[in-house]
Write a protein that binds this ligand. Structure first.
Ligand SMILES: Nc1ncnc2c1ncn2[C@@H]1O[C@H](COP(=O)(O)OP(=O)(O)OP(=O)(O)O)[C@@H](O)[C@H]1O
Length: 424
């Protein structure tokens, strides 16, 4: 086991970690490769090589919360699978120090023929719990999952939601030292998603090591102090999450401008593809836009003059803390121009005893320059981390301007004359 200069053993230490997948065009090519594995005279290689990871060096210390970002196919899941030991490296090695629990493809480790209870026992044992630890925790795992009534049925009879709940419940109730999360935070339905998210936050606060892979840059930046940007199986940047997310965002903007891959757009929650995602125990009820006293979701705006008012109504479980609201303005290509959020402004939303609330966001002398902008509204938890609901591209602002200024917005400014004029 290696130690870094601080004297602590790393929680995860990958050295020159590589993974190559062999891609076969036809199933029979796999058999041919098996029968004639070596390049005999006249024989050939029946597969194509795909290097998903190229010699990655990565050291993660205990207690670090690290986000992994990158486009589809950049190697994120492959890296997580190698760390978890569900896949073997083609080159290099990875050492893991501590009990690991993984939320990879949820429920992927379950045997469909086994009952929920049998799968829990098996998964907990695989995650390293001994028999008495499993006996101590099984009730807690079943309770947390909320599928007690079906726990003795084979999981092949479960709905996908029930499957996910049970898998999630095992992973976050086995008291791991290292938690690996692959794009799983929005999983499950309302109350369960929130409960899971809260548990993950508790683990973070308790100093567990977390490796978190997500396309939600907002969540990566909110949860993780450090982030790693992977591209084509290589680490492009490893550092403070705000800095990494910002560099990756610029890269995605460039991809969008170059009308590059759909993947880039998926990363940026392109409005047309992502209408509404009610995922929590609170949801948006209504979004209304009033521009210069006209109630419209397709507004004509005069740059620097119009006043825009966005009214948002929501409904929430009154037993939960009051949610937060955020708004982003972005271009059709997905470039976020600006955003605002109640928690950033320390604005305390007031809601009725039944959990419903209405707030109004006012934008006076609308500062954006000419162009078409889309409005996204988000409803998030009290910490501004867990997303309950979103209304994406809910309104369009067509901004016109009088002069010829270029760019996205008018920066607050003043001109001054500093020439000293000598009067004879
Ligand atoms: N089991 C596999 N067999 C063959 N190729 C694979 C396999 N798993 C992944 N790949 C390929 O390896 C590359 C990296 O995939 P990986 O799933 O690690 O990327 P990712 O960054 O997690 O993508 P996403 O964001 O879409 O989940 C991709 O080109 C993918 O097609």
């Amino acid at each position: 086991m290696s130690f870094n200069v601080s004297g602590y053993a790393p929680a995860i230490n990958a050295v020159k970690l590589s993974k190559c997948y062999q891609l076969y065009q036809h199933p029979k090519d796999r058999l041919k490769q098996f029968l004639w594995p070596h390049k005999w005279w006249g024989s050939r290689q029946y597969f194509r090589e795909l290097w998903a990871l190229h010699a990655i060096d990565l050291m993660i210390m205990p207690g670090e919360v690290v986000g992994i970002v990158g486009q589809n196919g950049s190697g994120k899941s492959t890296l997580l699978q190698l760390v978890c030991g569900t896949s073997t490296p083609t080159g290099g090695e990875v050492q893991v120090n501590g009990r690991i629990a993984a939320l990879l493809e949820l429920g992927a480790g379950f045997n469909p023929e086994f009952t929920g209870r049998e799968n829990v026992l098996m998964s907990a044992a695989i995650m390293g719990l001994n028999q008495s630890e499993i006996a101590d925790r099984i009730e807690q795992i079943i309770d947390f999952s909320g599928v007690r009534d079906f726990i003795d049925q084979p999981v092949k009879t479960y709905s996908s939601g029930m499957y996910v709940r049970l898998a999630f419940s095992v992973a976050i109730n086995v008291d791991p030292d290292i938690l690996i999360i692959d794009e799983a935070l929005s999983v499950g339905d309302g109350a369960f998603a929130r409960k899971s998210f809260t548990r993950i936050m508790q683990m973070r606060d308790a100093g567990k090591t977390i490796l978190f892979c997500s396309h939600s840059l907002f969540q990566v930046e909110s949860l993780c102090a450090r982030a790693i940007w992977l591209n084509k199986g290589r680490i492009v940047l490893d550092g403070e999450s705000a800095q990494v997310v910002s560099a990756y965002q610029s890269f995605l903007d460039q991809c969008a401008t170059d009308s590059a891959t759909e993947a880039a757009f998926a990363d940026k929650n392109a409005p047309a593809q992502h209408p509404r995602h009610p995922t929590g125990s609170a949801h948006l009820d209504k979004v209304q836009l009033i521009a210069d006293n006209t109630d419209t979701l397709q507004a004509d705006i005069a740059s620097g003059q119009s006043s825009v008012q966005i009214n948002v109504s929501f409904v929430s479980d009154p037993a939960l803390p009051c949610p937060n609201i955020a708004m982003t303005l972005h271009t059709k290509e997905g470039r976020v121009i600006t955003s605002t959020a109640t928690w950033e402004d320390q604005f305390a939303i007031q809601r009725a005893p039944d959990g419903s609330g209405q707030i109004c966001l006012r934008l006076e002398q609308f500062p954006l320059l000419k162009g078409e902008y889309l409005v996204n509204i988000y409803l998030l938890c009290e910490r501004g981390l867990h997303l309950y609901d979103s209304a994406e591209a809910i309104a369009t602002l067509q901004v016109k301007q009088a002069g010829r200024l270029q760019g996205y917005f008018s920066i607050p400014h003043q001109w001054e004359n500093n020439t000293i004029i000598q009067h004879d």
